[in-house]
Design a protein around this ligand. Sequence first.
Ligand SMILES: *Cc1c(COP(=O)(O)O)cnc(C)c1O
Length: 380
Amino acid sequence: MKIRYFDNAATTKIKKEVLDKMFPYLTEEYGNPSSLYTLGRKARVAVEEARRKVAELINCDKNEIYFTGGGTESDNTVLKGIMTLEKNKGKHMITTKIEHPAILNTCKTLEKIGTKVTYLSVNEEGMISLEELKNSITDETVLISIMFANNEIGTIQPIKEIGEIAHKRGIRFHTDAVQACGNVAIDVKNMHIDMLSLSGHKIGAPKGIGALYVNKNIEFKNLIDGGHQEKNKRAGTENVAGMVGLGEACKIAKNTLEEHTEKLKMLRDYFFSEIKRRLGDVKINGSMKQRLPGNSNVSFKDVNGSELLMKLDEKGICASAGSACSSGSSMPSHVLTAIGLTSEYAEGTLRVTFGDENTKEDVDYLVDALVEIVASTQNG
Ligand SMILES: *Cc1c(COP(=O)(O)O)cnc(C)c1O
């Protein structure tokens, strides 16, 4: 059966151009970038070339990019690295209630060792309030970490305004941009971003590779101890092929941003209009204006989400209930709870996230399937 993949917020297929670029570094070019002979030096050149491509996607200096093992590690590095280094200056940080578990669970760990964390609420669209942010800042605040775009409902936060507020008060600003990278134009200088997390497998590169941008004027402590790699900030022999793949994916993202986002928006808006036309009682979650181009998140009244997913799977359709990380549980996700979705709708929530390979015909197939399944399961 043909697979129709609508779960690009969970992970993406590796792009062919990315795999082609990586292949030599998994085969003939296997040198250690720290080695001084030619084979090693060629790997070093490839790593530095990849670093430059990542930097160009977000408009920072190449030396401000550190490769990591993924988005989760980048988030952990920032939060733990800043809060432990700055503990004499202040123990308070501000984040939101709708962050990815990579942030929320790191905050829980930090709370156990004395960090005070403020979790900002969001409105029904998933948007924070800049007033609440300003009012939460104290003399002890050393870090603000707010996600660029939400992985479940796609809401994009007012990042530049947040950065301005942070910098007026001399506070460092980190953003988890794992979902936004490659889908929204990002300029860390213009947006006052000090630190940013991104991940390979959400933008057509492999799993297990990511990057962290840290402004050159900001001190942070490494998470992983060991060798001198990544300027002593991330020990361990480099994942050369992964880095090369991430670099290539960033280069493609930069060169195709406009057509990519236009295509995804077209598919998403077509999906929204078709389900509204053909299925009456459906709720669209998240903001209609400040939203990731490929994200849709809809709730059907009195429908069981996991049953819905299973029946979609039988038709070759891959989609997600709340978030991939909390699937298997029938509790509404922390994001749906934070936007105040009532339980009769929250249960029947479906996240459909589009990618470059999807077509309009795929959307028709999906909507046909939804019409059939929702009719047969609702109140059933
Ligand atoms: C996927 C994701 C992460 C985790 O990235 P990994 O590379 O899978 O560790 C973090 N934050 C957000 C918003 C994500 O969507």
